[in-house]
Design a protein around this ligand. Structure first.
Ligand code: ZN
Length: 159
């Protein structure tokens, strides 16, 4: 299960055509918002998953009603109802600001899996990609010496 920020969301598409943003929501390059959020084109993420032998089973386009104007004028219950309806009917188009993808590694690839989870993570403090576990089971950044706890399989990268 994977969630990512979708650069090709409806709001960005409208802003792009109204010339409010310069970065095309249709290009494949990731688009950074602020200091920490990278937005990805859904096709780029799907292509990466497929190239690693994952089969995409389901797509869910979410947070479509996460708009301050709507949140100010409608109840959470009302917005959740419409969010669920929207997800059910329109997730296929992938136009929400967040996308969830359920994907499964193809059967013939499972035995080939030599996977170190730390290989895909980087230090949120210094961006270093060389992370390791220390003696206490915490994740340690070799570059800046930040360490991050692991509790019941949950990696806590809050800084
Ligand atoms: Zn670091």
């Amino acid at each position: 299960m994977l969630e990512f920020a979708n650069k090709r969301n409806l709001k960005n598409i409208l802003k792009y055509f109204l010339k409010k943003i310069k970065v095309s929501p249709f290009s494949r390059e990731p688009y950074q918002v602020g200091e920490t959020i990278l937005n990805f084109h859904p096709k780029q993420i799907k292509q990466l998953l497929k190239s690693e032998s994952f089969e995409i089973k389901k797509q869910l386009s979410v947070s479509s009603f996460r708009i301050s104007f709507l949140k100010k004028h409608f109840s959470v219950r009302f917005l959740l109802f419409w969010e669920r309806c929207y997800q059910y009917m329109f997730s296929f188009f992938g136009l929400g600001p967040s996308i969830f993808l359920k994907s499964v590694l193809k059967d013939n690839k499972i035995n080939d899996l030599e996977f170190n989870f730390l290989d895909i993570l980087s230090c949120p403090a210094c961006k270093n990609e060389k992370l390791t576990f220390d003696r206490d089971g915490k994740i340690l950044c070799k570059k800046c010496s930040s360490n991050f706890s692991v509790n019941e399989g949950i990696y806590n990268f809050k800084i």
